[in-house]
Design a protein around this ligand. Sequence first.
Ligand code: COA
Length: 429
Amino acid sequence: MLVRLARCFHKSPLCMKLETFIIPQPGEGIAEVEIIRWLVKPNEKVKEFDILCEARSDKGFIEYKSPFAGVLKELMYKSSEMAQIGSPLFKIDVDGELSSEPTAEIKTPESQIESEHEESSGQYVKKAKVLTTPCIRGLAKKHKLDLTKVTPTGKDGRILKEDVLKIIEGVQQPEISVPVVDDPKHISPPLMSKTTSTPEDKIVKLTPVQRGMVKSMTQALKIPHLTYSEDVHMDEIIALRSQLKANIKDIKLTFMPFFIKALSLAMLDFPIINSVFNENTLECIYKASHNVSIAMDSPFGLIVPNIKDVQSKSIFEIAKDMNRLQDLGSKGKLTDNDLKNGTIALSNIGSIGGTYVAPVIMPPQVFIGAFGATRPRLEKRGSEYVEKQILATSWSADHRIIDGATTARFVARWKALIENPSIMLLHLK
Ligand code: COA
C-alpha cells in the first residue's frame, strides 16, 4: 500500500519525491507486527523488489519489499518495535540520487517527540525522552517546569496532565536526575538527592507470538477437556531408531516422526480424532489430510507449525519436514502456510523433562497428545525384575464430541504401534 507524497525539504536544495510504504494487512485480526530487522540503511540505494525489512506477526514471518527503485530515506520503526498495521513503515525518494547529507535517523513517533522536546527546551537536555501532548508541554512551559524531571504514570511512560499538576500544586517534587550536558554551567543545583534503592517493577510487552498464545489459549480453555494418560514401552522403538539412525545422514531422526506416523495410522481407524468441530452448525468435519501440528519451543515463544499430509508421508519425509520447521521456527521464519490448517496436535516436552501434562486443545481441532520424558522402570517378568524404558503420554479430547471410551481405544491403538513398530512397517507404502 502506498501514499504518494511530493515534498521539498527546506534544508536541502534537492527536491525529493517521497513515496511512503504503508504496512498492509497481513491477515484477519492482526493489528501490529514486530520488526525483526532492517536489511538496508537510510540513504542507501534500493531496487524495486529488494527486501528492505523482516517482520513477524502472530501468524508468521513477513518480508517487506521495496515497490520502487530509489533512495531509502526514512525508517519509521526500529528493530524489535511493534509496528501498527496501516501506519507508514519507510519512505523512498524515487527521484533520488545519493545525497551527501548525513544519514537520516529512524523516525519513530517517540523520537519525533524527543526531538520536539530538544527544540522547545533549546538548552542542555539532549537524550531525555518525553512522551506527552502539546497541551501538557504548554502547561509545563507556563510553570517553567522541566518535563524530563516529571515521573510519568501514563502508558509506555507517557506524562499525564495529573503528573504535571501534582508538581505544580506542590504535592510531589520533580525527579532529580543527572542530565546529559553540553555545557556543565547549565546544570541547576539538585533540589534533593535520591536515597532509596527500591527495586523497580519492569513492564514487558508481549511479542506477537505471545499475543497469539493469549488469544488461542483463552479460546481453547472454553472447551470441556477430557484428559487421559497412558504409559508406553519404548524399548522396541528405541532399538529401531538406533538402527535407522546408523544408516542415515543429514536428517535428525528423533522419536517424533515415529509418534507422528503412528498417530496418522491410528487415526485411519478413528477419523473423528482428526476432525474439526463447528459449534455454531454443530457439525464435525472429518479431515482427509492429516496435518499434524507440533508444539515447538522457540526463542520467540511457543509456536505450532504443522506437517502437512502425514498420511501419505514416510517416517523419513516426516523427519525432514520436522527438521525444516524447527529450523525456520528457530529463526522466526515460519510462514502463515506452515502455521495454518493443522488438524490435530502433538507436544513433546520430554527433552526438557516431566511426565504427565494436561495438554490444551487448539480449536477447531478436537484432540491433542503430549509426551513427557522416557524414563527407566523396573517391571516384573516371571520371577525377575527387568528394566524397561517408559514414555509417559497424556491426551486431551474435546469432550463435547469425543468420549472417554473412544479416547482410550484410540490411544491403545497408537500405543500398540509404538510398542510393536513392525506393525507400523506393514502399513507403509
Ligand atoms: N523421550 C526420550 N527422548 C526424547 C524425548 C522423549 N520424550 N523427546 C526428545 N527426546 C530426545 C530426542 O530423541 C533427541 O535425542 P537424540 O539427540 O539422541 O536424537 C533429543 O531428546 C532432543 O530432541 P529435540 O531436539 O527436542 O527433538 P524432538 O523431535 O524430540 O522434539 C520439538 C522436537 C520441536 C517437539 C521439541 O524440540 C520442542 O520444542 N519441545 C517443546 C514443546 C513444548 O514447549 N511443549 C509445550 C507446549 S505447552
